[in-house]
Design a protein around this ligand. Structure first.
Ligand code: IMP
Ligand code: MG
Length: 300
């Protein structure tokens, strides 16, 4: 896909970073393309709302609010008004913490600046994972009877889930893996770093994911797999951070819907660590650590 050359003057560094992430995943964007009037005095427009980004492929506006809470309240009011006046508009607000969590998975932001991130709590325990995985396995076995599905996993986060899930599937199946580059490495666009070994033409393909977050990775992979002309293509994900979804791909099988927290364990990593935890836990910056360093910072 040809990407436009973008050189807008961003109002905030977080906007430039967000634009980089979109570029990486090949999601087209426009910066502040439209101003929507939200208030009038007679014929005169007295208030406008200009969302930061428009993503034409997703028909989605994004507003990044890295501001203080007091200003966010005002923005929320404007947003409500915008939605009342344009009921068909598809707009998402990304708050400062949403954005920090988006960065966390690429190793940037507060989590990266904390010397000792800590497991705050267990979100999904080992037996809960096992029970749900067995249920998914039963469902998949029923739906794919006589279909000999190929389960396609994306390395590396999915390997624990894939291993457990496939042992709960009671119909003949095969498995293949691929892997892709991640944002923040030297590549400027997402690419396949390990391709599939199997032919998918006319096969029933079930893509297995550890977690779907914004959906940008999945979107890219589904396009790639669709081009191989499978007989069918569905998605099974252990975790679904639906609150953060930007794309609208259908997830046929979902283990758990989770809130917008950064999670690790059971194959999921932060900077390649924590994959070996037998449960899924929430990773937080060590507050004490962050506070200590802030205090110790000597003025220049
Ligand atoms: P998406 O493209 O935003 O949907 O992100 C999907 C990928 O980001 C997953 O395959 C994971 O590798 C990674 N990811 C997203 N959220 C988390 C998380 O909470 N913990 C660990 N990895 C995550
Ligand atoms: Mg992954």
């Amino acid at each position: 896909m040809a990407l436009k050359i973008h050189n807008p003057e961003f109002a905030h560094p977080s906007e430039a970073e967000f634009a980089h992430i979109l570029d990486f995943y090949g999601v087209e964007w426009d910066y502040e393309p439209t101003s929507f009037p939200t208030q009038w005095d007679g014929d005169r427009v007295t208030e406008m709302f200009t969302p930061d980004f428009y993503l034409p492929q997703l028909d989605l506006y994004i507003e990044l609010t890295t501001l203080k809470q007091s200003l966010v309240t005002r923005k929320n009011r404007k947003l409500r008004r915008l939605r009342e006046l344009n009921p068909d508009i598809n707009i998402r607000l990304l708050y400062r913490r949403d954005f920090h969590r988006l960065l966390a998975k690429y190793g940037f932001g507060p989590l990266a600046n904390s010397e000792t991130p800590v497991i705050d709590r267990v979100l999904i325990g080992t037996s809960q994972i096992a029970i749900r995985t067995a249920e998914l396995g039963r469902e998949i076995s029923k739906d794919y009877r006589h279909k000999k599905p190929v389960l396609v996993g994306v390395l590396r986060g999915v390997f624990c889930f894939m291993a457990d899930l496939m042992r709960q599937i009671t119909v003949p199946m095969s498995v293949d893996f691929m892997s892709i580059s991640h944002y923040g490495n030297e590549d400027s666009a997402v690419k396949i770093t390990k391709d599939l070994d199997m032919e998918l033409e006319s096969r029933h393909v079930l893509m297995v994911e550890d977690i779907v977050d914004t959906g940008m990775t999945l979107n890219y992979l589904l396009d790639y797999l669709r081009a191989k002309n499978p007989a069918s293509l569905e998605v099974c994900t252990l975790l679904d951070k639906r609150a953060r979804r930007l794309t609208d791909n259908t997830l046929k099988y979902v283990g758990f819907e989770i809130a917008d927290e950064f999670v690790v364990g059971y194959g999921l990593d932060y900077m390649e660590e924590y994959r070996n935890l037998p449960f899924i836990g929430i990773l937080k910056p060590d507050e004490g650590d962050a506070a200590n360093r802030a205090q110790n910072k000597s003025p220049k």
